[in-house]
Ligand binder design. Structure first.
Ligand code: GN1
Ligand code: MG
Length: 355
């Protein structure tokens, strides 16, 4: 793909790109991301996965609106983090549509940044949770109706379970027998669905990040303070409980989301407590009572839901999430279900931090 980029994409950013170096960046599961460096500068280039983001223009327009809002706040010091903004093409466009050659867009690169995939200290968890809270707080006065739903029903557990049922019925890759136990496990979680239906009906929809993984918060590598919130692809209306939930999911385990060392996959209480401290410290003034009470539910739903999504993709033959080897999505699913079980087993202790 790097040759393709050199030949067809870089020229849209001007002649300065003639001697640019292009290298893969990050480890997202959906888009392809590259760092482009030339003697006088650098930028982040992305090929948007248009099977997942079927209206990529909506994605770039949403992130442009968010960047502008945050940049405005940052000028009068109401937003303290750095802002990821679009790098326009020579013609002033937000994106380049090359048809079969893909849909591309560029963003500014943030120097001194570093991401982590596993949280090692309570302090990092608190800093990152505070940053995500600060981000949501800064967007709380942007009209949510201005953003398009880039993926409708993105965080919708009943819909995700329905897709799992379809995949089970088709069993197109004859993989069901090896994961039947996990399918049965998911189908038994009816109480959670009941609780979700009751709570959801009472919650306000706000602009959410919707992918608050630990590696979507960049640290400043000079002092490990928070630098920026990145990956605005799925920013749209939603429930804040899921932003909280994705932090719990990705900060609390001492193992990565695809680790097969399941004995060690668990929710670390001290990290959970640090998330609550950092997130509520920023957002408490904005959260309504029902939203605050929903956070524990959001954590459980998000862990189960991503497990369901990985399992579904395994059954469908790995058509959604990029994989690195056969069985990768099933490994991810088993890991996330294990984490979900760890959450349930600590219900009383953990939920007390949210009171
Ligand atoms: C995907 O590609 P990435 O890493 O930003 C997925 C998220 C999942 C995540 C699991 C659009 O995010 O919903 O939580 O993988 N994004 C989309 O790691 O489906
Ligand atoms: Mg993402």
């Amino acid at each position: 793909m790097i040759d393709f980029i050199r030949q067809n994409v870089l020229s849209h950013f001007g002649e300065k790109m003639d001697n640019a170096k292009v290298s893969p960046l990050g480890n997202g599961h959906i888009n392809h991301t590259f760092l482009v460096r030339w003697p006088a500068g650098e930028l982040v280039l992305q090929k948007i996965n248009t099977q997942v983001f079927t209206t990529p223009e909506a994605l770039v327009n949403n992130s442009d609106k968010i960047s502008r809002h945050l940049a405005g706040k940052s000028q009068n010091k109401q937003y303290q983090l750095q802002v990821v903004s679009p790098e326009l093409t020579q013609d002033g466009a937000l994106s380049i549509d090359l048809g079969e050659g893909g849909f591309w867009r560029a963003l500014n690169y943030l120097p001194h940044s570093v991401s982590v995939d596993v949280v090692s200290t309570e302090s990092h968890a608190e800093i990152a949770a505070q940053a995500f809270g600060h981000f949501s707080g800064a967007l709380s006065d942007l009209d949510a109706e201005l953003l398009e739903d880039v993926i409708p029903n993105f965080h919708h557990l009943p819909g995700r379970i329905e897709l799992l049922s379809k995949a089970v019925a088709q069993d197109s890759k004859a993989r069901l027998s090896e994961c039947q136990q996990w399918v049965d496990f998911v189908m038994a979680q009816t109480e959670l669905l009941q609780e979700l239906a009751e709570v959801e009906a009472t919650l306000p929809r706000r602009i959410c990040h919707n992918d608050t993984k630990i590696n979507n918060m960049l640290f400043d590598k000079r002092d490990m303070s928070s630098l920026a919130i990145i990956d605005l692809d799925t920013c749209m209306k939603g429930y804040l409980m899921y932003d909280f939930g994705d932090m719990v999911r990705t900060f609390c385990s001492p193992e990565e989301e695809d680790s097969t060392t399941l004995d060690n996959v668990r929710v670390r209480e001290s990290i959970f407590a640090a998330i609550c401290k950092g997130y509520l410290g920023e957002l408490a003034p904005i959260l309504s009572d029902v939203e605050r009470q929903s956070l524990w539910l959001g954590a459980r739903v998000i862990c189960l839901m991503i497990g369901v999504r990985f399992l579904t993709d395994h059954l469908n033959g790995d058509v959604y999430f990029h994989i690195h080897h056969e069985g990768h999505n099933l490994e991810r699913a088993a890991n996330q279900f294990t984490l979900y079980l760890s959450l349930l087993s600590q219900q009383d202790t953990l939920s007390a931090y949210l009171k």
